[in-house]
Design a protein around this ligand. Structure first.
Ligand SMILES: [Fe+2]
Length: 158
């Protein structure tokens, strides 16, 4: 028995339809790819893996900026689930801070420790992209569409 044929599939399963939100998610996807590549054994003559502390700093900065813009858009548009959504953002940032602390505490870790730290960061980004974007952010974008605020509101998110 073959796989059941599905209906039309979106080009990007994580796309919410909001240009500003999707642009930030694409930047996070790019960062995810960098972390994933850093888990692969580097070529003998290739560049060293990306610095883990730098990746952490970039991720925290990007996530913080993105969440602030998204929450400002929620406030401006009267999104009723704003407080719950804000708590999800705060929980993710707290998780990232915990991973960052773990990474900083392991400066000079052996190869196995370094791999575990990279994997923790990768898992955090991956989970956020898949779960938060596909479910929580989707609810916000659906709200914008249902209230006719999508395109105009997206312009003020910066
Ligand atoms: Fe969000």
């Amino acid at each position: 028995m073959g796989v059941a044929a599905a209906g039309p599939q979106p080009a990007d399963p994580f796309a919410t339809g909001d240009a500003v939100v999707d642009a930030a998610h694409m930047r996070l996807c790019a960062l995810y790819a960098v972390v994933r590549e850093s888990l692969e054994a580097p070529a003998a003559d290739g560049p060293p893996p990306a610095d883990l502390r730098t990746l952490c700093r970039e991720l925290l900065g990007l996530a913080g900026d993105h969440f602030a813009a998204e929450e400002a858009l929620m406030a401006a548009t009267g999104f009723p689930e704003r407080d719950v959504h804000r708590r999800l953002h705060a929980a993710f940032l707290e998780r990232l801070e915990g991973i960052r602390s773990f990474i900083l505490a392991g400066a000079g870790a052996d190869e196995t420790g370094d791999y575990v730290r990279r994997y923790l960061l990768l898992a955090a980004i991956g989970q956020w992209l898949k779960v938060h974007t596909a479910i929580a952010d989707r609810r916000f974008v659906d709200f914008l569409a249902a209230t006719g605020q999508g395109p105009a509101a997206a312009d003020c998110a910066g």
